[in-house]
Design a protein around this ligand. Structure first.
Ligand code: BAL
Ligand code: ZN
Length: 859
């Protein structure tokens, strides 16, 4: 396989200003007639190459003339046409595709009788021959014809310009999208769907019709999504002056969908789990996520659709920027400090893990084999962090001006990351554009080290700072990054000085004068609000950390400080002896925080009291013995639950009155309740069991799911009881039932693989649903320590599942395979066993996606 390289980018030889697509949906196939209008840009070229996969070509016409077969050839998913001596011409291709036989969930496929599409990144070539690259922007006109009974709803992008009944109980529609778009934003949906209507008045008083299409019976679950969409439309107007540009916005919920959702122009297609929601079926966390994803897809209308990416190396231009925008949206709607903490937590758990392993890559990669493998937390979340740093560096007003300037300059065009950064930094003299862009070129997580030098008499504090990126595979990694460092210097328990240091070199010393600190040495907290996506080391002592826990007001710093202490405690227990002194001091501090800090945010308190989970701590540990890590975490939950029992029970009483409030109210209390239940259950306090069990059937999914979750590692007869109650209540709701599959795959019981296998055989397991597959596999590998059985049987079992499902869904499987990417940190026999199964996987026939990942992991 050949790498696609950024340095090889060349504009396409032609423009395709207009496309007409005609779809005739039949029982077993869809006839696709494509008319592409070409304008030659490179006059030295007399041939044309288009991409296409699994399309049966019947006829090709150049202008109106049928092309003889000796004028074209189809080889290796490419159509080559020669010679074309005209400067403008139309190519008409008549082909057929078979959506019912397409299990890849790419291109055009069927889900529960509904025909749908997924074209990003390169799915359009499975529908029609096309150059299928994001820098070809065309206006699309689409005719769809189908049997009216099976396909009463026929949708595509843009405006509906015609709807007609035809003979033989068939009908046709014509859609026209006035905005030029790349092929990856094309969409079509046909099927039996029910529509829930609403509308939104834009700031210029245009009425936008909102339609949400769902399968019959799901209508009652869309109110939250409609509200979320309306909030997003309003927010983008208020925050960035961006108004929706059509009079119609359609969303369709599809059960079988690989991604969360897709931003096709005016026809967003969603995984139904991210549309169907209400408080009885959806947790608080999921409600907020749904709101955020709906916003994300809507925001793409400007950042992604109106201004798209020149090539797939620029993927973060739309994804990093749109994640940044959806993070800001959620921050404005809810609690900014908590949102920041959660985003930082996710980045450190998922992106740091990826960036420390063999599939680590820069936010703007230099090469790829399969672009589908680059829809990663690096492109998305680290990309968003880089944009956040830009905002910190230039300040909000300049950032917003630069953003607006970017939008107006590149509207209707395919742009690059360079162009975006240049616009934001256009009027800035302090930050060197090219130097800042190193962030996009490096991979790996940089490490910043701090050392304090304190002259108490002169009240001068010097902070020595150095940065290093120890990942050596990338030449750019030796270059210094521009890193904004938000700090606070504590003068005493209530006074602090806040500053942003801007580190530009490998080593720098910052001098701060008139530091009137009452402490022996000023206590400093670094990277407040997680001001850069990096790791850091400091000379802060344990005693100072406890003071930071008490005096800090920045949620992220409090979270980071406590997690650092937990990590230290866990490592001590694993590799040496428990450090009783540190553990006791922490327990005393926690006791005082629970008792005395009545005004503390309860989500923050929940974070403070949560012992890290295996997947949170795994990538932070140098030599992983997974069974020991699981056991240590269980022991600590027991210890902290036992020692804090009185305070936890009091807190439970205190918050009880608020837990039935409707989201977003009551969500902090419900989050804390789960943490308290977990600690008390782990402490073997029997008195809490019945209380927890009573919530399994509650009308709040947050509390029901919390009840399931906290029993995961508690081996007792009641665990089976609550599992059965939950299953029987929800077995007819696939979105909710995935929680049960997740729970069942998490619990550890003898004969484990037999139990996991029973889930795949369960009558409610839908083999085409990536959601259920992901629920089972993810739960097993991240929550169930038996996956790590010392005989390697858990790894072998998962390897066989990887091979089985790679045949039908390479996108899901290649992403999932990364679970094995940290094996170098593992101790034997785990490491040896993982290598064995990776070799085993490698020897089999694999999809190109999975092949690329396994090669990277084993490299
Ligand atoms: N573009 C793929 C789905 C998303 O990131 O919105
Ligand atoms: Zn996106």
């Amino acid at each position: 396989n050949q790498y696609i390289k950024l340095e090889d980018y060349k504009p396409f030889d032609y423009e395709i200003p207009n496309i007409f697509l005609d779809f005739i949906i039949e029982d077993k196939r869809v006839i696709v007639k494509t008319e592409l209008e070409f304008i030659k840009k490179n006059i030295n070229i007399n041939s044309l190459i288009l991409d296409g996969i699994d399309i049966f070509v019947e006829k090709i016409y150049l202008d109106e003339s049928l092309l003889e077969e000796n004028n074209y050839s189809i080889q290796k998913n490419r159509l080559l046409i020669k010679p074309i001596l005209k400067e403008t011409f139309t190519l008409k291709i008549v082909g057929t595709i078979k959506p019912k036989e397409n299990f890849s969930l790419l291109g055009m496929y069927e889900s529960n009788g509904i025909i749908t599409t997924q074209c990003e990144a390169e799915g359009f070539r499975r529908i029609s021959y096309h150059s299928d690259r994001p820098d070809i922007l065309s206006k699309y006109k689409v005719r769809i014809e189908a049997n009216k009974e099976d396909f009463p709803v026929l949708l595509s992008n843009g405006n509906l310009v015609k709807a007609n009944d035809l003979k033989h109980r068939r009908h046709e529609v014509i859609w026209e999208d006035p905005y030029p778009k790349p092929s990856y934003l094309f969409a079509l949906v046909a099927g039996k769907l029910n529509c829930i209507k609403d509308n939104f008045n834009t700031k210029s008083n245009k009425k936008v019709e909102i339609n949400i299409y769902v399968e019959k019976g799901d209508e009652k679950y869309v109110k939250h999504s409609i509200n979320s969409l309306k909030k997003s439309m309003k927010w983008d107007e208020e925050k960035y002056n961006l108004e929706y540009d059509l009079s119609l916005f359609n969303i369709v919920a599809i059960r079988h969908f690989n991604m969360g959702a897709m931003e096709n122009k005016s026809l967003n297609i969603f995984n139904s789990k991210l549309i169907l929601a209400n408080k009885e079926t959806t947790t608080d966390e999921e409600l907020e996520r749904i709101e955020g994803v709906i916003a994300h897809e809507y925001f793409h209308n400007w950042t992604g659709n109106r201004i798209t990416c020149r090539d797939w190396f620029q993927l973060s231009l739309k994804e990093g920027l749109t994640v940044f925008r959806d993070q800001e949206f959620t921050s404005d709607l809810h609690n900014r400090s908590i949102k920041r903490l959660e985003d930082a937590k996710f980045l450190r758990k998922a992106q740091f893990r990826e960036d420390s392993g063999p599939t680590s890559h820069p936010v703007r990669p230099e090469k790829y084999l399969e672009i589908d493998n680059f829809y990663t937390t690096t492109i998305y979340e680290k990309g968003a962090e880089i944009i956040r740093m830009l905002k910190t560096l230039v300040k909000e007003e300049n950032f917003n001006n630069g953003f607006s300037n970017f939008i107006s300059t590149y509207d209707g065009k395919a742009a690059t990351i360079d162009q975006f950064v240049n616009k934001i930094l256009e009027n800035n003299k302090e930050i060197n554009n090219e130097k800042f862009k190193t962030w996009y070129k490096q991979n790996g997580t940089p490490l910043v080290k701090f050392k304090r030098k304190w002259d108490k008499e002169k009240q001068i504090l010097k902070i020595q700072v150095s940065q290093i990126n120890s990942n050596k595979k990338n030449l750019y990694n030796d270059l210094p990054l521009i890193i904004p460092i938000n700090i606070a210097i504590f003068l005493n328990s209530y006074e602090k000085i806040k500053k942003t240091l801007i580190l530009k070199e490998k080593e720098e010393e910052f001098t701060l004068e008139n530091i009137n600190s009452k402490f022996d040495s000023p206590i400093i907290s670094y990277f407040r609000n997680f001001s850069a996506p990096i790791k850091w080391e400091t000379d802060t002592t344990f005693a100072e950390k406890l003071l930071i826990l008490e005096f800090e007001t920045d949620y992220f710093t409090i979270y980071d400080t406590i997690k650092g202490i937990y990590k230290k405690i866990i490592c001590k227990r694993i590799y040496e002896e428990p450090d009783i002194n540190i553990e006791n001091k922490l327990i005393t501090t926690l006791r005082s925080i629970i008792r005395n800090n009545k005004s503390i945010n309860l989500s923050l308190l929940s974070e403070i009291l949560s012992i890290p989970t295996f997947s949170e701590i795994e990538s932070e540990i140098k030599k992983v013995d997974p069974l020991k890590v699981y056991k240590t975490i269980d022991d600590l939950n027991y210890l902290f639950g036992t020692k804090l029992k009185v305070e936890l029970l009091n807190k439970l009483k205190e918050i009880d009155k608020n837990i039935t409030k409707l989201w977003p109210e009551g969500k902090d209390e419900r989050k804390l309740i789960e943490t308290i239940w977990r600690l008390l259950l782990h402490s073997k306090y029997e008195g809490i069991k019945n209380k927890v069990i009573s919530y399994i059937d509650s009308n709040s999914m947050t509390l029901s799911k919390a009840a399931l979750n906290v029993f995961t590692r508690i081996n007792c007869p009641e665990r089976e009881l609550i599992s059965n109650i939950f299953f029987n209540k929800w077995k007819h709701n696939p979105v909710v039932l995935d929680n049960w599959f997740f729970f069942k795959a998490s619990i550890e019981i003898n004969n484990n693989q037999k139990n996991i296998e029973a889930l795949f055989k369960n009558e409610y397991f839908d083999v085409k649903s990536p959601n259920t597959l992901k629920s089972i596999l993810n739960a097993y590998v991240t929550r169930n320590s038996l996956f790590h059985s010392r005989d390697g049987s858990g790894y072998k079992y998962v390897a066989d599942k990887i091979l089985e499902y790679d045949k039908s869904n390479p996108i899901v499987i290649s992403r999932f395979l990364k679970i094995f990417s940290t094996f170098r940190q593992y101790e034997n026999p785990y490491k040896r066993n993982i290598i064995k199964v990776l070799d085993y996987i490698k020897k089999n026939k694999l999809s190109p996606n999975t092949r690329e990942i396994i090669d990277a992991i084993l490299n």
